[in-house]
Design a protein around this ligand. Structure first.
Ligand code: GTP
Ligand code: MG
Length: 219
């Protein structure tokens, strides 16, 4: 049996069909806020200070256990650069949850949050769940956005809010777990009310299909 340190493990995880739910999640936000770093910290527990800007879109797979269910997460890491916007927004449809990220030391990235929220509204499902993440909270000396401002904006937008650090591994796991929990809550609520649409139901329970021409799995 492959151990956690076995290099074959991620491939096995990506191909593994035994799960109760499949959730498609997206990480969005300006370039350099730390989206790729956040995903690598969560999926591989690794971090590098080198900046390699994402080209287009990529994804990783991670399986978690919540309420005795195996939940397979397909986590899409989008490029923040404007030139990839047409490609990345094509992936919003069918996403059950978003991490909308800014950098607490970068005002421009915070000012762009409203625009990213509009993109979610425009291109994704109505009942998709969103968590606003103020990343790089290890950079206290360079902070330009008080935590309170992040919290207030999240409240205005109807999102949950966390500050986190991919570098110092602060709140990374917690953010993903919270997103999974709010999606599960929403699903149960919808099932109770008999509101879950056929398409949403299918996507939650079965493996997600990507838009045509999607890139490689990086797992
Ligand atoms: P695009 O792919 O261009 O959209 O950028 P991105 O949002 O994926 O940013 P990326 O993860 O590549 O990180 C950008 C830079 O920020 C890199 O140099 C990272 O090392 C650094 N970085 C990411 N997260 C943190 C963090 O929590 N703290 C600090 N201090 N640096 C971070
Ligand atoms: Mg990136």
């Amino acid at each position: 049996m492959a151990s956690a340190s076995d290099p074959r493990q991620p491939q096995k995880d990506a191909a593994d069909q035994s799960f109760d739910y499949m959730f498609k999640l997206l990480i969005i936000g300006n370039s350099s806020v730390g989206k790729t770093s956040f995903l690598f910290r969560y999926a591989d527990d690794s971090f590098t200070s080198a900046f390699v800007s994402t080209v287009g879109i990529d994804f990783k797979v991670k399986t978690v256990y919540r309420n005795e269910k195996r939940v397979k997460l397909q986590i899409w890491d989008t490029a923040g650069q404007e030139r990839y916007r047409t490609i990345t927004t094509a992936y919003y449809r069918g996403a059950m949850g978003f991490l909308l990220m800014y950098d607490i030391a970068n005002m421009e990235s915070f000012n762009a949050v409203q625009d990213w929220a509009t993109q979610i509204k425009t291109y994704s499902w109505d009942n998709t769940q969103v968590i606003l993440v103020g990343n790089k909270c290890d950079l206290e000396d360079d902070r330009v956005i008080p935590a309170e401002d992040g919290r207030r904006l999240a409240e205005e937008l109807g999102f949950e809010f966390f500050e986190a650090s991919a570098k110092e591994n602060i709140n990374v796991k917690q953010v993903f777990e919270r997103l999974v929990d709010v999606i599960c809550d929403k699903m149960n609520e919808s099932l109770d009310n008999g509101q879950l649409t056929a398409s949403a139901n299918k996507s939650a329970l079965l493996s997600e299909t990507a838009p045509e021409g999607q890139g490689n799995c990086s797992c």
